[in-house]
Design a binder for this molecule. Sequence first.
Ligand SMILES: [Zn+2]
Ligand SMILES: [Zn+2]
Length: 524
Amino acid sequence: IAFIGVAQRLGWIQVETVAAKKTSASADGKGEALYICPMMCTPPQKEPGRCPVCAMELVKSNQDSRGPSTEITIKPAARRLANIATAPAKAAPVTRRVRVVGRLQYDEGSLKTIAAYVDGRLEKLSIDYTGAVVEKGDRLGVLYSPRLYSAQVEFLLAKRAVDRLDPAARSSTRQANVNLFENARQRLIELGMTPSQITQLEQSGRADSRLALLAPMSGTVIRKLAVEGQYVKEGQSIYQLADLSSLWLMLELFPEDAAALRYGLRVDAEVQSFPGKRFSGRVVFVDPCVESKTRTVSVRVVLPNERGLLRVGDYARATIEVPLSPDGGPVEHCYDPELAGKWIGPKHPHIVQDQPGRCRICGAALVAAADFGFTGEPAAQPEAVLIPRSAVLHVGDHAVAYVETQPGVFQLRRLTVGPITAQGVVVLDGIRAGEEVAVQGAFLIDSQMQLAGNPSLLDPEKAGDAPSEDVPAPDIPLPGGMEMEVAEEAAPAVPIPSDMELVPANEAPESSQRVGRLPEEGTR
Ligand SMILES: [Zn+2]
Ligand SMILES: [Zn+2]
């Protein structure tokens, strides 16, 4: 850069301003040469020499009396030396890439506690470690309960009474016996016997004080809360089971990142256990409130875990591509090839089917993905003009960029910029799709514009907002005197004054990237 600066000063980089369309008054050709201080301490001088303020050698200005232009020509050699590169402005749907770290949790909808239905002693616990995988109906242990025994005896007596009932008996007597039997049966169910265990009891006709504890669902034992031989009270928990075929990823997002999230939006996650491997899930729930202490919004994502690779408690780095409208708001329709024309579960967005039907987890009727805003047409998402971030020069509230309108000719454009995304900066006004913008060396072009006295980053008011071939450059006579206002108007080429905050576009914030606050277990 220092070399380029020297080269500039020595005149190796030759630039020439392109004459803007002018009135005939100044069409007579070049005016006198002017000499300017590289530090812009003084107004342009008519004679070469040294700056009276900083004593640096004055350099010949490229500006002539034809007035400022919004364009500048940079010769191929200078262009190579300054490493100027361009890229086309693209038209594409806008997405905001949100990156956030969260933690994997049990799918709380899948948690089940196995508790003692009746006071008794745990005579045997078949699953004696956590993490064991059980199938529905597996025997988890045996409970010895004298109370259960007496209830079974009552049931068998009631059954015998019904069986031996005289067919000639009065219907009221009959009904009373049947009621007694039904009550005794209901009592056994309340004491934890399954219908099949009761049928077995009916067939054997023998009461048993020992009750097998059966797994109510397939899953993994995540907690063992009692030990063999222990006396348990009614309602006391013995095991906790969880279905790990899907897990929850809990995220804490900044409100602006969570604003345009929607149910079913795809989330990619990389877990600590498998660096580089991508797991994908979908947004289930976005908290309607902003947490007051952390100023974040809780977001719940469901991650299918059929192969059992994901572990509860693991950290996951999530990436969400949030579709946005060009002005940064939410889109009405977004396109996800996996959901186009499909049906998804209204509570379980990872249940996706080609046809309407029922959710295999909760049994709810599946809903067309289109009802959640997932269109089958990629083109339905609005497009915006995007340019690389390095193309945008920011100072204060201004944003400008240089467009190569013809080979070697760069035109200053004032921009109205929208959101800054991973794909680049959204340009709401100032550049059209397909135009070539300078993505490297734009600052050098800008300093040449300043040296030439043209509108530039620091003074873009005169710059065209659109291709300005049709806009005549303002006819401003070049002041030649020593008036103070001239000194104020002259913008320095190098360096940028320290009181102006210069924000390189590539340092503008993109999205939240932080470890989210982790919710307490069991609070949601
Ligand atoms: Zn000076
Ligand atoms: Zn469901």
